[in-house]
Design a protein around this ligand. Structure first.
Ligand SMILES: [Fe+2]
Length: 221
């Protein structure tokens, strides 16, 4: 019998709850909830698969045979508006990106990160950026990352060089969507950034060992 775990992440707010569930027989979902499959098996939901490290929004269902999932619930109206009404709350509690990464070009960047939670080799945290924010082109990470979108509309972008004019791919992000890995099988990244079209909140899932990171559709997970 595997140990069950059900914990609410400490960076949750009254308007945004992020819950981690492991080895549960069933989980009942009422109102709209973003479900991220954080296990390494497909999850069957109403007879349809949710692949590992994919996510979607569900309502009025029971999910059975849970290996690992993250459930994210927002105040229902927040799924349908563009302007985030609790920006002040988050900016007061969260850490500005320049305090985390003291690089000159990030000083004026409107980007804040929540506290972090760690489950095994995976770290979870939230990010907030207001509309029109370029979050900064980079190609180095100490980890591999995937991002489920929670609030607003944004884009993950790839570049040939460290230059906005060298854009070559955009992946649009809307609530409930998780992009495919941007890193390759060795964990190397192209130049990339997150761009916020509207006010945006997304969940960062950071894999601190390549062996636990998913590596794309055509690869073993
Ligand atoms: Fe990145």
């Amino acid at each position: 019998m595997l140990d069950t775990l059900q914990k609410t992440f400490k960076f949750s707010e009254t308007f945004l709850k992020v819950e981690y569930l492991e080895n549960l027989d069933t989980f009942q979902i009422g109102g709209p909830t973003i479900v991220l499959n954080a296990g390494n098996h497909e999850l069957s939901i109403q007879g349809h698969p949710l692949r590992p490290w994919n996510s979607s929004i569900y309502s009025a269902i029971v999910i059975a045979n849970i290996q690992k999932i993250v459930g994210i619930t927002l105040e229902p109206d927040l799924l349908f508006i563009k302007s985030f009404p609790y920006e002040k709350t988050l900016r007061e509690k969260w850490t500005h990106v320049h305090e985390l990464f003291p690089l000159a070009h990030l000083k004026q960047t409107k980007l804040w990160r929540s506290a972090q939670e760690r489950i095994g080799q995976i770290e979870f945290n939230l990010w907030y950026a207001p509309a029109g924010t370029h979050c900064g082109i980079h190609n180095q990470h100490d980890f591999q990352e995937l991002h489920p979108q929670i609030f607003g509309r944004g884009r993950m972008q790839k570049f040939h060089e460290n230059d906005y004019n060298s854009l070559y791919q955009e992946v649009f992000m809307s609530p409930g969507y998780t992009h495919e890995p941007f890193y390759d099988h060795e964990g190397r990244y192209p130049w990339h950034q997150y761009y916020a079209d509207t006010d945006c909140i997304w969940l960062a899932t950071e894999f601190h060992r390549m062996s636990v990171a998913p590596v794309g559709n055509d690869s073993e997970r």
